[in-house]
Write a protein that binds this ligand. Structure first.
Ligand SMILES: [Zn+2]
Length: 124
């Protein structure tokens, strides 16, 4: 079933073909969050289907209980660890990168960084 949405001013008309059997909507929210989106809710209402029954199974109470039903062994103090047959040596010259090329920072430099750089350069 397809759902047509529109804004009040008439712009942004979108058509979403909801596939109830596959629990899919092209908007992607249902698949991403596991909870039916507004389009899917509208289709459920049209076909008199319970929206709660369309929520992904991992939100089910039994799934939650099963997830945490097992005992988690706590990690003991390092004193209780087995002695290894080899010694780990930290070599600062070895760097393993998961990506090819040079690493780039994601930090966005601002006025504070500029002031610190300027002060460092002036001190030299
Ligand atoms: Zn949707």
């Amino acid at each position: 079933m397809s759902i047509v949405t529109m804004r009040q001013n008439g712009y942004g008309i979108n058509t979403h073909v909801v596939k109830i059997a596959n629990r899919e909507c092209p908007c992607g929210k249902w698949n991403q969050f596991g909870i039916p989106c507004s389009h899917a809710k509208k289709v459920c209402g049209a076909y008199n289907i319970s929206v709660a029954s369309m929520v992904k199974d991992y939100y089910d109470l039994m799934a939650y209980k099963n997830t945490y039903s097992k005992y988690v062994e706590p990690v003991q103090s390092e004193d209780y660890w087995d002695i290894s047959e080899f010694q780990l040596i930290h070599d600062t010259n070895i760097r393993i990168s998961t990506r090819p090329g040079r690493n780039h920072t994601t930090c966005i430099r601002n006025e504070m960084d500029w002031q610190q750089t300027r002060a460092r350069q002036e001190a030299q």
